[in-house]
Design a protein around this ligand. Structure first.
Ligand SMILES: Cc1cc2nc3c(=O)[nH]c(=O)nc-3n(C[C@H](O)[C@H](O)[C@H](O)COP(=O)(O)OP(=O)(O)OC[C@H]3O[C@@H](n4cnc5c(N)ncnc54)[C@H](O)[C@@H]3O)c2cc1C
Length: 347
């Protein structure tokens, strides 16, 4: 579908008075997501400050327009038939450090890596360096309670973003702009209250600690190398990271691997040989290909192991049925060492 759905004239006027000629229609969203699939936004604005973000959301709500807030698009799959209504792209990226309190504040469109992490580490402030290499805005990271197995070399526990969140400014679903503490978010694994409430994070403040710059750089280098060895590179093999939620003590990737599904391809979407829980856009995939591959893997794992996998990503917009759901298998490059093989070798 290419023609934009009508937006009430009053909404168009309000958007144009806030965003001028930057209100766009029929904007392809694939380039704004890390999976690089999906259709167009009927209406699109990029918010370049927290105030603009608030204004866009208020306009959408006041005019009863359906809308979606997009960060770096690293945890969403956009449907091939695109998104009706308004897509608000969060480009509000202002940051500020308070050296006395060791707090780093950032508008919610600030990019975690390199922008925020480099700012913190250069100022000798520790707490965010674990998340190097993960594509995310501040808002997306709070939505998800960003997490990673760090610090190296032990990697004995998962660190969660909630550990360094001090407070945030939100626009609540009741239209109140207010500052809330970390407890407001009810953080859990892959969860924050943002999954259940239509609140928007406008900015966040992180409580960091003075740290040893050399140790922070060591963590960053080691974590980047860990990722490079196990994850497909985003520029040549676009993905959304892990597709399915972890099953405690078992691992979604391990189940997919045990079912022999690595290399399975439907249309242009493939389960990478590098990591069984990462699906890649191998070759002009559509969102329908990705969804068909997700269903194929989920059904096969349930049939063979009894576990029903749950996705950890957000599906946005309108989805089309796949044209061909016949799976094929792409053989593994014999030189490639997968994440699962590395884990087995490490014992
Ligand atoms: C290669 C790769 C590796 C990854 N590795 C990890 C990893 O190690 N650990 C991990 O936890 N995740 C990982 N991810 C997933 C992803 O990076 C995170 O989920 C990230 O936080 C998504 O942020 P985003 O800005 O792209 O959000 P988007 O994908 O744009 O949005 C995700 C959701 O958050 C909502 N949202 C965004 N901004 C706001 C806001 N300001 N207020 C309220 N809601 C908002 C959106 O509406 C949407 O529902 C990985 C992804 C990729 C592609």
């Amino acid at each position: 579908m290419t023609s934009e759905s009508p937006l009430p004239t009053t909404a168009q006027t309000a958007l144009r008075s806030e965003f001028g000629s930057n209100v766009q229609t029929n904007v392809p969203l694939a380039p704004h997501t890390t999976f690089r699939v999906g259709g167009t936004a009927d209406w699109y604005v990029a918010a370049r400050s927290a105030n603009q973000l608030e204004a866009a959301v208020r306009i959408a709500r006041n005019h009863d327009i359906s809308w979606h807030l997009l960060g770096t698009g690293a945890n969403v799959i956009v449907g091939d038939h695109g998104v009706r209504g308004l897509v608000i792209h969060n480009r509000a990226r202002h940051t500020a450090i308070d050296r006395e309190t060791h707090r780093l504040s950032a508008e919610s469109g600030a990019i975690l890596y390199p922008d925020l992490i480099e700012t913190a580490v250069s100022a000798g402030l520790s707490g965010l360096e674990h998340y190097v290499g993960i594509p995310s805005t501040v808002g997306g990271a709070l939505w998800q309670n960003l997490h990673f197995l760090s610090p190296p070399p032990e990697r004995e526990r998962t660190v969660f973003l909630e550990e360094v969140v001090h407070s945030a400014e939100v626009l609540t679903e009741e239209e109140t702009r207010k500052t809330v503490g970390v407890e407001y978010f009810d953080f859990d694994y892959d969860y924050s209250i943002l999954h259940d409430r239509d609140d928007i994070v406008l900015s966040a403040t992180f409580q960091l600690e003075p740290g040893d710059r050399e140790r922070m750089r060591e963590i960053m280098d080691a974590n980047l190398q860990w990722r490079a060895e196990r994850h497909p590179p985003l520029d040549t093999e676009p993905s959304v990271g892990s597709i399915f939620k972890k099953i405690e003590g078992i691992g979604a990737g391990r189940l997919i691997d045990e079912c022999g599904l690595k290399g399975t391809k439907i249309g242009g979407a493939m389960i990478t040989h590098r990591h069984a829980n990462i699906f890649v856009n191998a070759d002009g995939a559509t969102a329908a290909d990705v969804c068909a591959l997700i269903e194929h893997a989920r059904d096969a794992v349930e049939r063979e192991t009894g576990y029903r996998l749950e996705t950890e990503i957000d599906f946005v917009g309108e989805f089309a049925p796949p044209t061909d759901t016949t799976p094929t298998t792409v053989p593994k490059d014999p030189d490639l060492v997968s994440a699962e093989e590395r884990a087995q070798r490490a014992g």
